[in-house]
Design a protein around this ligand. Structure first.
Ligand SMILES: Cc1ncc(COP(=O)(O)O)c(C=O)c1O
Length: 462
């Protein structure tokens, strides 16, 4: 007697069938690495892909599947994977030494490139990551003003150190995240970015605020855009009140334009925090800002200004290997149109995805600035017209505050099963190596993914 079943092959079945080696590695990983992953944003159900190699806009997993990549090294790879000039620079440097424990030429060239490109960069101090740079920027601002509090905005991410965790990715209600000292929360004033009058009033009426830090793209690379006039108003008020204005340009630096968001918008902060593209795809961060504030790191200048020298160490700061990748990358950023090329590809993806949503009758939105695309998968089943969707109408609560992790995971897996790796925004960070072939393949995968999600009940109209 034969037992035939007519069960449809699901997205999940397809994904599992093509990623058996990843499944095996994940099982091994879970016995030694908590959750089997080393960055929360790589969490994927039923398990993540494990990648074996990458080149340009593509990467290949341990099963041999090829993907168009929109993680782009979590945003670090404006030039794409393994750009020949970067590979050559790193290979040359490896044989000369990866860490001399000494000052060297490349760190000076690197800082000079940052100084030429980034308007606020009168002085530059390197760190090993964006998290460290945001930590240092806050300390510099507090020391400079002699004031204790930092103003931040709900949903804006500045790394994972204890001062900036609450209200960034969770605990939007002001509650204390596990493992964070409640006293640290007292040092932050966390406001909704939508409420400019309240922000201005707070800055004008309190005299204990050292700095304001925010993502000039809006929260999480522009998922929650800032209200019109936000940046200019903040610049004006902070200047008047003597509050240090800090742009977190970890994502936007060298991407929103070769001079970051500050050059794109023509507004210069007092300090900015850099990482990702800054270090050419290797680890690295920096604080770049006004000489008077940065000089607190200089014993002689600090003494001359009757200030205390701010201590700053870090074993891997500006190590020659990262500096070599960085100088090769930023040299290309300075002299070519890589930002424009990445932005043009992202615009084609945004337009193409919007067209597909309209054609397929899917009430989602697609948006984003510069070289990113962001998909709004409408977890609340609002009556959205993709042709006119405006994320500003939903604000933080409607977008990042309403995230449906399960629905986003379903979309990611549906795209992976069709050869495209998007981030959990959901969305993607595009490089200058993404060309028409990648755009076309991405749009084909997106059409198939939304059809499959419709079929499996993940997309329903309002
Ligand atoms: C806006 C922003 N700030 C800070 C960070 C932290 O940088 P890192 O991961 O290098 O510590 C990130 C990382 O994604 C970021 O997106």
């Amino acid at each position: 007697m034969s037992t035939t079943t007519n069960r449809r092959v699901t997205i999940d079945d397809e994904y599992r069938a093509r990623t058996r080696a990843s499944a095996d590695l994940y099982a091994e990983a879970c016995t030694v690495i908590p959750a089997g992953i080393t960055h929360d944003s790589r969490f994927t159900l039923p398990y993540p892909i494990f990648v074996a190699r990458a080149a340009g806009p593509r990467k290949w997993d341990v099963d041999g599947n090829e993907y168009v990549d929109y993680f782009g090294g979590h945003g670090a790879l404006l030039l794409g994977h393994s750009h020949p000039a970067v590979v050559e620079a790193v290979q040359r440097q490896v044989s000369l030494g990866t860490h001399w424990g000494a000052s060297h030429t490349l760190e000076v060239r690197w800082a000079q490139l940052v100084q030429r490109l980034i308007p606020s960069a009168e002085r530059v101090r390197f760190t090993a990551s964006g998290t460290e740079a945001s930590h240092l920027a806050l300390r510099l601002a507090r020391a400079y003003t002699g004031k204790p509090k930092i103003m931040r905005f709900v949903g804006h991410f500045h790394g994972w150190h204890g001062e900036v965790v609450a209200g960034a990715m969770s605990h939007f209600d002001g509650s204390v995240p596990a493992g964070i000292a409640p006293s640290l929360l007292d040092q932050s004033i966390v406001l909704p970015a939508e409420d400019i009058p309240r922000i201005v009033e707070t800055l004008q009426t309190r005299d204990d605020i050292a700095a304001v830090i925010f993502e000039p793209s809006g929260a999480s690379w522009g998922q929650v855009p800032l209200p019109p006039g936000f940046i200019a108003r903040l610049r004006e008020v902070t200047r008047k009140q003597g509050v240090v204005l800090i742009f977190d340009e970890v994502i936007t630096g060298f991407r929103w334009s070769r001079g970051g968001a500050q050059a794109r918008y023509g507004i210069t902060p007092d300090l900015c925090v850099l990482a990702k593209i800054l270090a050419g795809g290797l680890p690295g961060g920096a604080v770049a800002g006004a000489k008077a504030i940065m000089d607190q790191l200089d014993p002689a200048a600090a003494k001359a200004a009757s200030r205390e020298k701010i201590g700053h160490q870090g074993t891997f700061n500006a190590n020659p290997l990262c500096a070599a990748a960085a100088v090769a990358t930023l040299g290309i950023v300075e002299t070519t149109d890589v930002c424009e090329r990445a932005e043009a590809a992202a615009a084609e993806i945004r337009n193409g995805m919007r067209r597909i949503l309209i054609e397929e009758g899917v009430p989602w939105g697609v948006y984003g600035e510069a070289s990113v695309f962001i998909i709004f998968p409408n977890p609340g089943r609002l009556p959205i017209d993709p042709a006119t969707f405006d994320p500003a109408e939903l604000g933080f609560k409607g977008i990042k505050g309403a995230r449906d992790a399960n629905l986003i995971n379903r979309l990611r897996v549906a795209m992976l099963a069709n050869g495209v790796d998007i981030m959990g925004g959901p969305g993607g960070i595009v490089s200058a190596s993404h060309g028409p072939g990648e755009v076309a393949q991405t749009l084909d995968a997106f059409r198939i993914a939304v059809r499959r999600l419709k079929l499996e009940g993940d997309i329903r109209n309002a």
